[in-house]
Design a protein around this ligand. Structure first.
Ligand code: GAR
Length: 202
């Protein structure tokens, strides 16, 4: 059984989709054993509680730097024998040490077609730029911001009357299907990484 930790800063709808996929066996051979947040009142923590999953607010203010924070985080993940770290709306950049400790075992979901519109405002940036197609990306995390090898991507058409909210709603609907799928592929050992490219052997 692979042990998954989810890191989230907010609402946690992706976390919910992952929990649901584990419970309905769409993700097989893995369990979400830990949910961590850098935000005290992240609803993601409440979702974890509701499902009896161990959860913890990791307070950034207790650490002098990002490195120290991540060092404590990694130690905690290792204590809990975590195999895969899933960032789901986790709005902090992870340190190179964290990446090294979980090399190719940290995933992230981003609400745009990377490498376009990285960062924390991917949906608004795409809308402001005027692209006709955007989407979402699941990728492994490397030292850069949203730069790691891409696992899955799916496009979403932008409508003339879209607002950030309406576009987010359609993108997240896809995210909730794509993220569990990528996790399931990883758990079943179906993803091979060569350089920047991920190959899926389904
Ligand atoms: C998701 O849409 C995710 O793509 C985005 O935050 C949202 C979190 O929603 N992540 C980023 O923008 C990362 N740069 P959720 O808390 O409901 O899962």
């Amino acid at each position: 059984m692979k042990r998954i930790a989810v890191l989230a800063s907010g609402n946690g709808t992706n976390l919910q989709a992952i929990i649901d996929a584990v419970e309905s066996k769409k993700i097989c051979g893995a369990e979400v054993v830990l949910v961590l947040s850098d935000k005290k009142d992240a609803y993601a923590l409440t979702r974890a509680k509701k499902h009896g999953i161990k959860n913890k607010f990791f307070d950034p203010q207790l650490y002098a730097s990002r490195q120290e924070y991540d060092r404590a985080l990694v130690a905690y993940l290792q204590e809990h024998k975590i195999d895969l770290v899933v960032l789901a709306g986790y709005m902090r950049l992870v340190s190179p040490e964290f990446v090294e400790a979980y090399k190719n075992r940290i995933m992230n979901i981003h609400p745009a077609l990377l490498p376009a519109f990285p960062g924390t405002k991917g949906i608004a940036a795409a809308l402001d730029y005027g692209v006709k197609v955007t989407g979402c990306t699941v990728h492994f995390v490397d030292e850069g911001m949203d730069t790691g090898p891409i696992i899955l991507q799916e496009a979403v058409t932008v409508r003339d009357d879209d607002t950030v909210e309406s576009l987010r709603e359609r993108i997240q609907k896809i995210e909730h299907r794509l993220y569990p799928k990528a996790i399931d592929l990883w758990v079943r050992g179906k993803i091979t990484i060569q350089g920047r490219r991920c190959f899926i052997d389904e």
